[in-house]
Design a protein around this ligand. Sequence first.
Ligand code: SF4
Length: 472
Amino acid sequence: MYDPKSLKAEEFINHEEIMDTLAYADANKDNLELVDSLLEKAKALKGLSHREASVLLACEDPERVQKMYDLAEQFKKDFYGNRIVLFAPLYLSNYCVNGCVYCPYHLKNKHIPRKKLTQEDIVKEVTALQDMGHKRLAIEAGEDPVNNPIEYILECIKTIYSIKHKNGAIRRVNVNIAATTVENYRKLKEAGIGTYILFQETYHKESYEKLHPTGPKHNYAYHTEAMDRAMEGGIDDVGLGVLFGLEMYRYEFAGLLMHAEHLEAVHGVGPHTISVPRVKRADDIDPDTFDNGIDDETFAKLCALIRICVPYTGMIISTRESKAVREKVIRLGVSQISGASRTSVGGYYEPEPEDEKSEQFDVSDNRTLDEVVRWLMEMGYIPSFCTACYREGRTGDRFMSLCKSGQIQNCCHPNALMTLKEYLMDYASEETRAIGEKLIEAELKNIPKEKVREICADHLAKIEEGIRDFRF
Ligand code: SF4
């Protein structure tokens, strides 16, 4: 039985409800009166249900699809402005006891080199990341209770936060590790993590079990209920995501929204972020073996609809996607992107030797952080390195209410400018810096409140003098 308030995976991600939803969407995809009313309803910024959203996804009328794109673009401007937050992944270990068939770290892959960063390695890697200008990391590790126990993850987080190099510091560590216990989530919370991220991979239980034939991840319920345990453990910000290409995208989309509805119904706050990865080529993995791959157009439509249907949730896109695809979807509502990523264990401090490659997947966007920052600014975006919300305790429902009230514009916009200024002063090439200075000058005028504008101008001048304020 479908029940969004239930704590049982099979009730809040109910298969029959998804199948009924897809049938309803098919029956109504040409009902333009309904589609128009849903687009109108979406303008109230209260989001759309999985059933309503699925009708929009099924609708192929070109005029209506264009309206979905326009609306997504509008929401992006209204709530996130032209800011794009930057981060980098840091792979700690690729030891893994699971059998995920789409991931090269699966246990049976005997030829990939197995690596695990020591604390000394972490100092080198994080220093290299700081030297690029990164302030926000997402740490990743395979599931292996012997090689990567929670104590190892906690030690790594402590090390990362302790590294202060020149003006650099990692101010927010998001964590992407396997589903775990309430007790372990509590420990992560105490370690000061930002968002806990866990991709569902697929919401389709039968496919999930086939794609995860062995290891603890095989347990669909334990994996799907992880966010409830994380929230019970005190983690306010959780990040959802599916791996598009594994199952029918329409099924995944409905499941993803049902998961968001469940979190809102039970915990009073939806997901902080949604990631939209697609299956990519990697060692031992050929994406063509998965027959549910989605083309770029469908991918863009999914991004636009996520923006419309869960307007207050950040959306993340990684370097799995090419520059061209990123360019297309950023304007449709993406709020965070990774830059200059290495998807191997190590590789920031020095490139991995050819015969020791340990990447989890091929990166499609290989540009440096400086190039990514410049590219964003040339498109009119403000690259932001801000981590203030989390540092000031604006997480979970406190962040959501700030976002819903529109106040975020008076808060995030100046913070973005100040952290960009720090980046330009400390790390940017001359060309990037020249573009950035002009952008900051123009954007300063767009801060609505005079008082806030004055404070921001004052901070910018201090940064110019070499004074850094680690609050952001
Ligand atoms: S996806 Fe995660 S759990 Fe699965 S094999 Fe890869 S690292 Fe292990």
